[in-house]
Design a protein around this ligand. Structure first.
Ligand code: FE
Ligand code: FE
Length: 272
């Protein structure tokens, strides 16, 4: 029975749409009316959400609708005359001082996720080595390269705000990294069970990132930090795509085979 193949899987698909919508809806009510960002982020997001369309029914449409609605807010705000020719004002980004309560919080979260992304670049090679299937090894390798770009992108966010690049220890990612180490210790090398476990750990990382980037995008929109919002949104889309890919690998390649791997071993022993 496919649906019972993983607890993560059971919750994943509906949650994915809900989670992306939640971030956007949550921010939209407070930020929506005065937000005017987006610039080119809409097209970037649309392009890289193809795998969401593939994996997840109309999720891509939901995203497109959401982006369109944000873009329409962009064009309406240009009528105020405060925006530049491309509809994106840089004026507010220059005024970011990191001094208000919200600015301080935003900066602290940036430092947290900067620490986390760097930590993930150390964990992914270990996960790649430990994984059993080539498909999961490849997925971890691809995401390592993507994560290295996330680090660089965060550095651009700091720069766009006139702030120095800094990391602050993220206890959450430290905890998940310890879980990864335990999984590698506690599961047998070469098993599909190890891959099923590594996927769940990797998805915990992605969900942490999605929660952080989703919230930061909305706060950046609220504070009219347009360049930061665009950069953070690009990474958010890539984290969501990675999460969807991991679900696909678990459902199609790993979980059912993991469920039967002990009985197959038994049969092989009997044959000998
Ligand atoms: Fe990342
Ligand atoms: Fe990630």
């Amino acid at each position: 029975m496919k649906q019972s193949s993983t607890t993560a899987t059971r919750g994943r698909k509906p949650n994915k749409t809900a989670s992306a919508q939640q971030h956007r809806t949550g921010g939209r009510q407070s930020a929506g009316e005065k937000s005017s960002p987006r610039g080119n982020a809409g097209s970037a997001s649309r392009n890289s959400s193809n795998s969401n369309d593939r994996n997840n029914g109309n999720n891509g449409n939901d995203r497109n609708n959401d982006i369109n609605s944000r873009n329409s807010r962009t064009s309406s705000s240009t009528s105020t005359g405060q925006n530049s020719a491309n509809g994106v004002s840089r004026e507010h980004a220059h005024s970011f001082k990191g001094e208000s309560h919200l600015e301080k919080f935003f900066l602290a979260q940036l430092k947290d996720i900067y620490y986390a992304e760097n930590k993930i670049t150390q964990s992914l090679p270990k996960m790649q080595d430990a994984a059993t299937t080539e498909q999961l090894k490849d997925a971890f390798e691809d995401h390592l390269h993507q994560t290295q770009r996330h680090v660089k992108r965060l550095e651009k966010v700091f720069q766009s705000l006139g702030q120095k690049v800094e990391a602050e220890k993220c206890e959450a990612i430290e905890g998940i990294a310890r879980e990864v180490d335990n999984i590698i210790k506690e599961t047998e090398e070469g098993t599909l069970t190890r891959d099923a476990a590594l996927i769940i750990a990797a998805q915990k990382v992605e969900h942490y990132e999605i929660a952080t980037y989703g919230g930061l995008v909305q706060l950046a929109i609220t504070m009219q930090l347009h360049e930061a919002a665009d950069l953070l949104d690009k990474t958010l889309v890539e984290e969501e795509d990675t999460d969807a890919l991991l679900t696909e690998i678990a459902e199609n390649e790993i979980n059912l085979r993991a469920e039967h791997e002990d009985s197959q071993e038994g049969e092989e022993e009997e044959d000998d």
